[in-house]
Ligand binder design. Sequence first.
Ligand code: DAH
Length: 339
Amino acid sequence: MKDKLERIMKEAMDQIESSNELNKLNDIRVNFLGKKGELTSVLKGMKDVAPEDRPKVGQMVNDARAKIEERLENKKAGFEKKLREEKMKAEVIDVTLPGKPLKIGHRHPNTIVLEEVQNIFIGMGYEVVGGPEIEKDYYNFEALNIPANHPAKDEQDTFYLNNEFLLRTQTSSAQVHVMEKGKLPIRMISPGRVFRSDEVDATHSPCFHQIEGLVIDKNVTFADLKGTLAEFAKKLFGEDTKVKFRPHHFPFTEPSAEVDVSCFKCGGKGCRFCKGEGWIEILGCGMVHPHVLEMSGIDPEEYVGFAFGVGLERITLLKYEIDDMRLLYENDQRFLDQF
Ligand code: DAH
């Protein structure tokens, strides 16, 4: 019996030793220790063993089982360790490799300037309102005192969608929507896209941005308009900036003016930047025409107002000294990264 046990053990150990994969170990376990395994069959033959020898033989079988089991476990742990090591080697990460820098975007220069302009006017108590880009002729022209045959209509080269609708050529149309609501007084700016069928070049684009301003209250004067725009120019271009109002004509304001700021590069002496003028034109403005007030249901005897319109791209180009408007639309990262 002892010999038989030793033979079984040796065979089991040899098989374990020479096994070269995890699955084999399982087969070996079943073959030797399983229900129909060799050791079990030895136990089944106990009935042929003399009763006094049975405890001893039982002990021997148990020892043999424990040894085989221990050997199996060790071998299994060895396999698992090897597998783990191979996996680690295959998945090795070189922590000394430099990382790939993440490209982080930021606001477009137009957006930066728009937010700056908005903050200046919000600081003066203005509200920021939107307006539709698709307009009826009435809002874009008629209600702004630009009647059917007015040359301004040709001048502005409008994109008409059909007989009724067009793409607004100016944010001034937003003035009409705000006035129509009838909530007075009004103190608002309205930024947005406008459209004109212009050829693309360094200073023109068929789609660009304006910021409209409108103030309507009792006793508003041209002095208020001048003070407001002078303050705006100082905040935007620097405290030393001076403003100059030149008489001009817009159908919806009377009187009207164009506003120049003193060149912030040369301080007004004249340089390449201001083309030797010392002044740079930045916006149009004026006192809201009484007829415009009337058409939107505001009594011009009681209320007066002023309005202004700024080209956003123009301001952005000036502020950042960019000499070609197309750069603002191309979204070339090498350009945009600079802001
Ligand atoms: N809408 C004018 C334009 O597109 C700009 C403008 C001038 C707006 C005078 C105004 C204003 O509100 O009072 O050229």
